[in-house]
Design a protein around this ligand. Structure first.
Ligand code: ADP
Ligand code: ADP
Ligand code: MG
Length: 661
């Protein structure tokens, strides 16, 4: 076994690999860019080597820097994680030349699978069902239309070198096909430096289901069940689960056996993933093979009980697999949610900044948090905006979902925008809960983006009872503190009014053992908790059921977060509440007629003119927020009345840029 390995990656995946190496008694070397000096993976590793400035092209993607770090530290093997150099055949080759093991497959497998056209041909030869289509390079838009007509619309135009959801377009007619060809070609050229595109049938109501395979250097290859990754936004996975709620035993086996056949065709060693697209009749078609550890591998680890990183390391060290296909048993259900630094309420704009507060849920048998950040750390503009992966497990799918809901309630992040509300809303969406998902579900269910109304709280009484508890505890403590004369103790009233969402709710609060009983509308809510003032998480029970609510005290009110929704509540005496009702309501200014800057940044372009009619989705302006270009688009059809900022302006968050009529 290796004594020391280097991890050529950063973030959660670097931390994930270090954990397993440590468990196996292997020393670890981290590499880091100048932006990652204080990163978690650097702290966790036994040694760390600086490999360059922040941009990935000058650090994490520079093979020679990594090779030098191996030489300097005497690392015997390299785990590439995912992304970065993980699927670069040349990197694998360069390591082999130096006698350093690549913890992944062999050069030939990476090469064959790295290209979508080549891999599709190979798959066909290996007897794997592929998406009907044309597996040659398309010359021009005219040829694209001819082929699309042959295949039959809708079709998908794809970059052969594509990855990460880039370089693909769906076309439903000749015009879209011509346009899609140009766009895919351009995107492929700029993203991958390779503009070859091909066309295949677009599978409608598709599900993305992938098979995990694992092979060793003795020709043993097994499949470890599937992962359903159909919940995607713009072809990027958001929620993954294992097993798939859609597969039956026969389809699972057929897919597994085809995946193994393909892996065998390229002498696959290590962990790899064969992705399939599955139609509503359970016909499945090969999409691509990812020759690396996949982001969503933890769900497979939960249901198989295997540590995939450990398996990869053992295989790379020359050990044979210690089990056979018959030993692989899938048990229970696991779900992964990707927690991103992006604002779901602002069209998922990426957010960067310092994690002022970062408290992930507590890990347990059923909750796993894979993260690469810590409180006080920074989410940098240079890298992937993933904050963490939250994975939960249960004996059944419903249990796994319930654990996920609870864990999301506990996940406390402040300082950068995050998508927890969105994830929580997905967890209670009927289509998700009943397993009727497809890769289009998010686009279909949130056609105009995600809004607070998409995450309503289904039990306002719960929020009212907790608000009553918070305030009463505060008042009781205040009464204790203010130096009291015997016989003159200040007493706290039992009658209060909770104000929430413009409504007032009278409550009666009685102290009880370990908390309070809150009477509201003839019902008694027993709220119990040892919550103390200032704690961000209110953990306790409501009528005996565990609850966890995030609490922020803001001036006169409390802001509560629960099940993905946010509520501002005030608690006051009936008299004050009565007066409050008489206060003239200060309506928030109507900002719907303005285009506001969603983040601080540099305005680089105004794409419209005064008087111009714009259509929903049309580009309005471009903001460069620390080297990332963010295109601001129209939410709805409108006419430009005024332009309030000019290119070159440095914008504050929420600053108005354009006023509409
Ligand atoms: P797929 O490639 O099929 O979308 P994944 O969801 O596992 O599968 O991975 C998403 C892609 O995004 C990866 O191929 C990887 O190239 C890229 N990616 C994700 N996270 C990172 C990261 N931290 N660093 C670099 N690349 C990343
Ligand atoms: P990438 O390398 O970018 O991951 P994939 O070929 O794996 O590219 O496709 C990514 C996603 O695009 C799939 O998960 C699926 O949602 C969608 N997709 C790809 N090909 C098709 C197709 N032929 N029909 C329908 N959807 C597709
Ligand atoms: Mg893919």
């Amino acid at each position: 076994m290796f004594k020391k390995i280097l991890i050529a990656n950063r973030g959660e995946i670097a931390c994930r690999v270090i954990k397993t190496a440590r468990k196996m008694g292997i020393k670890t070397v981290a590499v880091y860019s100048e932006a990652d000096r204080d990163a978690l993976h650097v702290e966790m590793a036994d040694e760390a080597v600086l490999i360059g400035p922040p941009p990935t092209a000058q650090s994490y993607l520079v093979m020679e820097r990594i090779l030098q770090a191996c030489r300097d530290t005497g690392a015997e093997a390299v785990h590439p994680g995912y992304g970065f150099l993980s699927e670069r055949a040349a990197f694998c080759e360069a390591l082999e030349k130096e006698g350093i093991a690549f913890i992944g497959p062999k050069v030939r497998a990476i090469e064959a699978m790295g290209d979508k056209i080549t891999s599709k041909k190979l798959a066909k030869e290996a007897g794997v069902t592929t998406v009907p289509g044309y597996t040659e390079v398309i010359k021009d838009a005219k040829e694209a239309v001819e082929i699309a007509l042959e295949i039959g619309y809708p079709v998908m135009i794809k970059a052969s070198a594509g990855g990460g959801g880039k370089g693909m377009r769906v076309a439903w007619n000749d015009n879209e096909c011509r346009d899609g060809f140009e766009r895919s070609t351009n995107e492929a050229r700029s993203s991958f430096g390779d503009d070859r595109v091909f066309i295949e049938k677009y599978i409608e109501e598709p599900r993305h289901i992938e098979i995990q395979v694992l092979g060793d250097s003795y020709g043993n290859i097994v499949y470890l069940g599937e992962r359903e990754c159909s919940l995607q936004r713009r072809h990027q996975k958001v929620i993954e689960e294992a097993p798939s709620p859609f597969l039956d035993e026969i389809t699972r086996r057929a897919m597994g056996e085809q995946a193994v056949a393909l892996a065998r065709a390229v002498d696959y060693q290590s962990a790899g993933t064969v992705e399939f697209i599955v139609d509503s009749k359970r016909n499945f078609y090969f999409l691509e093979m990812n020759t690396r550890l996949q982001v969503e591998h933890p769900v497979t680890e939960y249901i198989t009980g295997l540590d995939l990183v450990e398996q990869m390391i053992r295989v790379a060290a020359g050990e044979p697999l210690s089990f056979t296909q018959d030993d692989v048993k899938l048990k229970g259900w696991a779900i992964e949610a990707r927690v991103y630094a992006e604002d779901p309420f602002r069209n998922f704009l990426p957010s960067i900044g310092r994690l002022v507060k970062y408290m992930p849920p507590k890990e347990s048998e059923v909750v796993r948090v894979d993260t690469g950040v810590y409180e006080g750390g920074e989410v940098s503009m240079y890298y992937d905006p993933m904050i963490a992966k939250l994975i939960t497990y249960g004996a059944t799918r419903d249990r796994a979902i319930a654990h996920m809901r609870d864990a999301l309630n506990e996940f406390f992040i402040r300082g950068v925008a995050h998508n927890i509300s969105f994830l929580a809303a997905l967890m209670v969406h009927t289509r998700f809960m009943t397993g009727r998902i497809s890769t289009n579900m998010i686009a279909e269910e949130y056609p105009h983006g995600f809004h607070a109304a998409d995450a309503p709280h289904d039990d306002p009484a719960l929020l009212i009872a907790v608000a009553a508890f918070l305030h009463r505890r505060y008042m009781d403590r205040a009464a204790q503190i203010s130096g009291q004369l015997l016989g003159h103790e200040s007493t706290v009233s039992n009658d209060w009014v909770v104000l929430m969402g413009g409504q007032s709710y009278p409550v009666h609060i009685d102290p009880a053992e370990g908390g309070y009983d809150v009477d509201y509308m003839g019902e008694t809510y027993q709220v119990r908790s040892d919550w103390q003032f200032g704690q961000p998480l209110f953990k306790g029970t409501l009528n005996g059921t565990d609850i966890c609510i995030q609490v922020e005290r803001r001036d006169l009110h409390y802001r509560l977060f629960h099940w993905g929704s946010q509520a501002d509540v005030m608690v006051m005496s009936p008299r004050v509440a009565g007066l409050q009702a008489l206060m003239p309501e200060k309506a928030p200014p109507d900002m719907s007629k303005y285009l506001l800057s969603p983040m601080p940044g540099l305005l680089t372009k105004i794409a419209v003119q005064i008087g111009q009619e714009v259509k929903a989705g049309e580009e309005l302006a471009v903001i460069e927020a620390m080297k990332m270009e963010n295109v601001l688009r129209a939410d709805q059809d409108a006419r430009v009345a005024k332009i309030l900022a000019a290119p070159g302006d440095s914008l504050a968050v929420d600053q108005s840029i354009i006023e509409f009529e």
